[in-house]
Write a protein that binds this ligand. Structure first.
Ligand code: GDP
Length: 195
């Protein structure tokens, strides 16, 4: 999609703050620093709308981005940042859980995983949790440019197997650096959101 307009509409904590527009939403989940903000920026062709940073754990809110006035991307707080106190982590968990289990217009969660490494314990927990609650989700394996091209299929296979992805499902290979996978991700969005 050619993105002519992209703006952050709200950083929400409570459901009362979620935008009221009944338009389709795609949420993005992943561990801190996995490349979520970079992926959003790549999709919407902006350098820095979604804040990228080397300080993991910075986003503690649900950030709603309005795209071409027809859909939202919802950037979820990154998980797995050890330095965050347990109580705060519990609050994040609740905030994410409330959103994911109650938001009617949520079409799917894009689960961002680092292609370089096997999924972490938290990646697996997140995957299992979404499967258990029947929340539609797609795995996007990013930072493809950081490994030798020939190794990518093997890494993708490990992610597939370790997460226990069902037959016929595979991670979408992505790179914010080269733009690999961008068209496939948009195609997936069109299908899921019916736009
Ligand atoms: P977030 O915390 O998940 O939002 O992660 P960011 O988008 O801020 O990315 C974390 C770091 O990884 C930044 O230094 C990015 O420049 C880098 N990064 C993200 N995606 C890619 C990618 O596809 N390729 C490369 N080489 N670096 C990436």
């Amino acid at each position: 999609m050619k993105v002519n307009k992209a703006e952050i509409v709200i950083s929400a904590v409570q459901p009362e703050q979620y935008p009221k527009a009944p338009i389709p939403e795609i949420a993005l989940a992943g561990r801190s620093n996995v490349g979520k903000s970079s992926l959003i920026n790549t999709l919407i062709q902006r350098k820095n709308l979604a804040r990228t940073s080397s300080s993991p754990g910075k986003t503690q809110t649900l950030n709603f981005y309005l795209i071409n006035d027809i859909m939202h991307f919802v950037d979820l707080p990154g998980y797995g940042y050890a330095k965050v106190p347990k109580t705060l982590r519990a609050e994040w968990g609740k905030m994410i859980e409330t959103y994911l289990t109650s938001r009617e217009q949520l079409k799917a969660v894009f689960h961002i995983i680092d292609l370089r490494h096997p999924p972490t314990k938290d990646d697996k927990l997140m995957y299992e949790w979404m499967s258990h609650f029947d929340i539609p989700h797609e795995v996007i394996a990013t930072k493809h440019d950081k490994i030798p091209k020939t190794k990518a299929p093997r890494h993708a296979k490990i992610i597939r197997e370790e997460l226990g992805m069902p037959k016929g499902k595979h991670p979408i290979l992505f790179s914010s650096e080269t733009g690999l996978g961008k068209d496939e991700v948009w195609k997936t969005i069109y299908e899921l959101c019916d736009i």
